[in-house]
Every structure is written in structure tokens, then in C-alpha cells.
Design a protein around this ligand. Structure first.
Ligand code: PMP
Length: 394
């Protein structure tokens, strides 16, 4: 029962159902495919140590002092360099450092959304983005996805009849869907945003976790090509490539949004931790990131392959899925009606948990879906997990 003194707005935001469900996943002997967190065994401890030594020996005065609300100029410059490899050209003045992408999303929602504004999300979409948009009192609409990401044709039908404020999308190696928007759809989405004048929030935490040789051009880069940069906002983070505990992310936004974000940032937390920013900056200066990324990609790719092959072999008659080209998640769907929230009780009893898919929908949840994360599970346990899932069907 909630206290009547709590504001209506906050009262109505659902606490993450996943946390509740996964309380049991730490139980002895349970294999968890549930968590959405990077593998801590792959954190570059040596590199972080080198960076921290620099923080304490060279930058300690700045690192322990207040800083600019938009973030450290050195780090913003370094981020622009990093983004060149992702085919994004930007100026440090276009960048605001945030306390992780989650804060970027929260601030963007507060900057853009009046109660009742329509925000379009993918079906399924990132759960904590749903929380943010609910808090901002947006009206949510959803568009389906398939193996090529968001069905942009479906979006086109929607925007013909409905005025929307923004589309929120994780176009590359999405969470939870694991799918990647095709180039054709990327181009079309950006064109639609220009024609119908809506904003695109491109959330990109995973594009560096790429299992292929192909570079997926961000929507932000497409926008530059067709002169629609005023409508496209990019957010990314060090969480999946360096360390989520550092809480450092960033937004690249056109001036009309950027200046509001800086104002909001002052009111929210003044600025992102100077210590964390300094750590991220000095880490980038070590030059170790490219090799570190190779290690993460190779490990996650192998694990993804093990899980996919095992599911195909053992559960192929029950489940369908699109093989991820990168990222941290495998999204699967039963070929017949099956409520995966109910099924979780049985699989837990058999020693394996996943996240039921129904929580990742703004509307019309498909209860026969599930999300599995492979990145922190030993190969041996991935095989065991699939065997236990299979046993739970009997
Ligand atoms: N967006 C997506 C799609 C995510 O999966 C996550 C992390 N789970 C975030 C944003 C938040 O990341 P950060 O740690 O940078 O706040």
C-alpha cells in the first residue's frame, strides 16, 4: 500500500518487476540468465589502476573539485574522438557528460515531454526507459520489431494520423530484443523524423559490442547526411565498455536541446562526478580501449554462440529467436502460447532464471517471450541452463 503523501506521479511508476522476480537468482546453484550487467571478470583492472594513478598524481585537484555542468572539456574532446570511429562527427560543445545513459534519458524526457505527449517506443523496449517516460507522464505508443529492428513502415502509418513528440530507439544490438535496425530502415526513420518533425532519441550503449565486421551507421550520422541533425539526439555510455560503476555517459544534442540539458543538469546534480570523469578520461588516454573491446567482443560473441547453438539444438521445436549480431541479450519467443512469467516458477525450481518478456512492453505484452543474458555465465553453465529449461518443459 502506498503512502498518500507520495506524489501521484511517483506513486504510479512501477518499481522494476525484474528486481522482484530475480531476487531468487542469487540462490545457491541457480544459473541466472537474468541480469543485464556486464561481466565483471572482464573489467580492465590494470588499465583502471593506471588511469586511477594518473587521476591521483596528475589531476587530483580537478578530480576532487566541482566542475562544469556540461562536463570536463578534456573528456568531451576525447568522446568526440571516440565517436569518429562510430562515424559520428561532433564538437565538444555538442556534448554533455551525464551520470550514465539512464540520466541522459531522464533529462531528455524532462526537457522534451509535456504530460500527454506521445512517445513511440519499440515493442519490446528497454524497461527503465519505460519508467522514465511514465514519470514524465508521456503517452506511450509502440511499434513492432522483427529481425531488422523497428518496423518503420508501421511507424509511418502511425505518424500519418498521430502527432508524436519523439521516437525512443536502441537501434544497434538492442536491449532486450537483441536486434539491429537495417540501414534501409535507419535512413527511412530519419527521413520520417524530418518530414513529420519528431525527435529521435538514439540510445546506443551497445554498438561497440559488435560481433561482426560491419559498422552500423548511427541514426545521428544519417541525420547529418540528410540535414536533419536538429531532430536527432544521441546518447551513449562507458557502462558496457569500461565500468558501469563509474556512472559516466553522455548526450550529443543539437543546441536547442543541449542548452536545456545543461540547465537541468545544474538543478539535478550540478555535474557528473569529477572523479569518475577524470578516471574515464585517463583511461582513454592509456590507449587500451581498443584491445579491451576486442577482449569483450570475443568473449561475449563466443558465449552468445554457445547459447544460440544450444537453444537451437535442444529447444528448437519450442523457441524461435533472431541471432544477435552484438550486445548482451538473446530474446526468444515460444512457438506456441506460453506464459513465461508463470513458467519462471518452474524453471527456478529447476535452477535457472531468465527475464520474462512481458515487462518490456509499453502495451499489448507478448507473454510468450523471454530475455536471456549470456555475458556473465560460463559456457558450461550456459549448456546446463538450456538443459534445465528443457527439463522445465516436461
Ligand atoms: N539504455 C539501455 C538500452 C540500457 O540497456 C542501459 C543499461 N542497462 C542504459 C540505457 C543505462 O545505462 P547506464 O549505465 O549508462 O546508465
Amino acid at each position: 500500500m502506498s503512502d498518500e503523501r507520495i506524489s501521484e506521479k511517483v506513486k504510479n511508476v512501477q518499481s522494476s518487476a525484474i528486481r522482484e522476480l530475480l531476487k531468487h537468482s542469487k540462490m545457491e546453484g541457480v544459473i541466472s540468465l537474468g541480469g543485464g550487467i556486464p561481466n565483471p571478470d572482464l573489467f580492465d583492472r590494470e588499465g583502471l589502476q593506471m588511469a586511477m594513478d594518473k587521476v591521483l598524481s596528475v589531476s587530483w585537484k580537478d578530480a576532487f573539485q566541482y566542475g562544469l555542468s556540461e562536463g570536463s572539456p578534456d573528456l568531451r574532446e576525447a568522446i568526440c574522438q571516440l565517436l569518429k570511429q562510430r562515424l559520428i562527427t561532433c564538437h565538444p560543445d555538442d556534448v554533455v557528460i551525464t551520470s550514465g545513459s539512464q540520466q541522459s534519458l531522464d533529462m531528455l524526457a524532462r526537457v522534451l515531454i509535456n504530460p500527454g505527449d506521445v512517445i513511440v517506443v519499440e515493442r519490446p523496449t528497454y524497461l527503465a526507459a519505460l519508467q522514465v517516460f511514465h514519470l514524465a507522464e508521456a503517452q506511450l505508443a509502440s511499434v513492432g520489431t522483427d529481425g531488422e529492428g523497428m518496423k518503420v513502415d508501421e511507424l509511418e502509418e502511425l505518424v500519418k494520423t498521430t502527432t508524436i513528440k519523439a521516437v525512443y530507439i536502441v537501434p544497434t544490438f538492442g536491449n532486450p530484443g537483441g536486434v539491429t535496425l537495417s540501414d534501409e530502415r535507419r535512413k527511412k526513420l530519419v527521413e520520417l523524423s524530418k518530414r513529420y518533425n519528431f525527435v529521435i532519441i538514439e540510445d546506443d550503449p551497445y554498438s561497440e559490442i559488435n560481433f561482426t565486421d560491419k559498422l552500423f551507421k548511427p541514426l545521428t550520422a544519417w541525420a547529418k547526411e540528410i540535414d536533419n541533425s536538429e531532430n536527432v539526439i544521441y546518447t551513449s555510455t562507458f557502462s558496457k565498455i569500461l565500468a558501469p560503476g563509474a556512472r559516466v555517459g553522455w548526450v550529443v544534442a543539437p543546441e536547442w536541446i543541449k542548452k536545456q540539458i545543461v540547465t537541468l543538469k545544474q538543478a539535478t546534480d550540478l555535474h557528473t562526478s569529477s572523479l569518475s570523469q577524470s578516471l574515464a578520461y585517463h583511461y582513454l588516454q592509456t590507449g587500451r580501449l581498443p584491445d579491451q573491446l576486442k577482449i569483450i567482443r570475443a568473449s561475449y560473441k563466443d558465449k552468445c554462440q554457445v547459447l544460440c547453438e544450444e537453444i537451437e539444438r535442444e529447444l528448437g521445436e519450442h523457441l524461435t529467436f533472431h541471432r544477435p549480431q552484438g550486445g548482451m541479450f538473446l530474446w526468444a519467443k515460444f512457438k506456441y502460447q506460453k506464459n513465461t512469467t508463470d513458467w519462471l516458477k518452474k524453471t527456478l525450481a529447476n535452477g535457472v532464471v531468465y527475464v520474462p518478456g512481458e515487462f518490456f512492453y509499453a502495451d499489448n505484452p507478448d507473454a510468450s517471450t523471454l530475455r536471456m543474458s549470456y555475458v556473465s555465465v560460463a559456457d558450461e553453465n550456459l549448456r546446463k541452463a538450456v538443459a534445465r529449461l528443457k527439463a522445465s518443459l516436461e
